[in-house]
Ligand binder design. Structure first.
Ligand code: SAM
Length: 255
């Protein structure tokens, strides 16, 4: 996990600033982000939490009696040990298996997993985890995904693999935007390029959080284009065109 000056680029954990709550919290009091993820885990699920880190999500859900059992999968040794400790300290070793494994390799057929959560990583990383672990998906699992950026390629993967987006949510916590995408494999589904970029359900709901996120991103796109104009080196035409197209799409959304 890349860390710099106390900031985790993957899950965007920052040390608590005066007046702000600690983002990490614990297995009893989840962060607002993980609390929102928790609400989308179906009651009684057998959950696989991939990239579980500290294991707070499965442990909190198990403590609340909201799920039947869980697998906490971790690819890195330090968070794996941290998850093991959380599970042990909460006396949940019978109900939660902590496994050191890459992505969906943590799941075994005998687990009978009915829901998979993959949270606090880039959308491309989540997509790669799903794609390389496809053979381990029965297709009956509810996916609860919380990407930090890279939502468009993740939605593209969902569409390409017959997953329908059932619910989308955007929340802002400690200066960051977090998206939650809930999906089921239902059969072929078609989303437009705008729906893949903005989120099909968010485009319909147009919540205040959604609109202010895209106003912020539009300002950033304009700043980038202004920087391109004053750049010493020539910016490739393709790159400029991409940003111009995105700025146009966002302007149309906000109109
Ligand atoms: N899911 C927790 C949350 O949302 O608070 C932890 C997020 S943490 C930033 C991301 C975790 O994913 C790290 O502990 C990292 O080791 C783990 N991870 C990254 N790639 C993984 C993979 N391919 N398989 C399993 N775990 C992975």
């Amino acid at each position: 996990m890349r860390k710099q000056l106390g900031f985790c680029f993957a899950c965007r954990k920052v040390p608590a600033v005066r007046g702000e709550k600690d983002l990490q919290l614990n297995e009893q009091t989840l962060s607002q982000r993980l609390e929102r993820v928790a609400t989308h885990v179906p009651a009684g699920a057998r959950l696989a939490d991939i990239g579980s880190d500290h294991g707070y999500l499965p442990v909190a859900l198990m403590r609340r009696g909201a799920i039947t059992s869980a697998v906490a999968g971790e690819a890195a040794l330090t968070p794996f040990r941290s998850a093991e400790r959380t599970v042990r300290e909460n006396d949940l070793r019978q109900q939660i298996s902590v496994r050191l494994a890459n992505g969906l390799a943590a799941i075994e057929p005998s687990d009978g997993i009915t829901a998979i959560s993959i949270c606090g990583m880039g959308g491309e990383t989540i997509r790669d985890i799903l794609d390389s672990g496809k053979a381990r998906l029965s297709g009956d699992e509810r996916l609860i995904l919380q990407p930090n950026g890279g939502e468009q390629p993740l939605r593209q993967w969902l569409m390409d693999n017959d997953y329908r987006i059932l619910h989308e949510e955007l929340l802002r916590e400690n200066r960051f935007d977090y998206e939650i995408i809930v999906a089921d494999r239902t059969g072929p589904v078609k989303y437009t390029s705008e729906e893949l970029y903005f989120g099909p359900l968010q485009m319909q709901t147009r919540s205040p959080a959604f609109l202010s996120k895209w106003q912020r991103i539009l300002r950033e796109k304009h700043k980038t284009l202004a920087r391109f104009e004053h750049a010493r080196q020539v910016v490739p035409e393709e790159k400029v065109r991409e940003i111009v197209d995105q700025a146009r799409m966002i302007t149309e959304l906000l109109a």
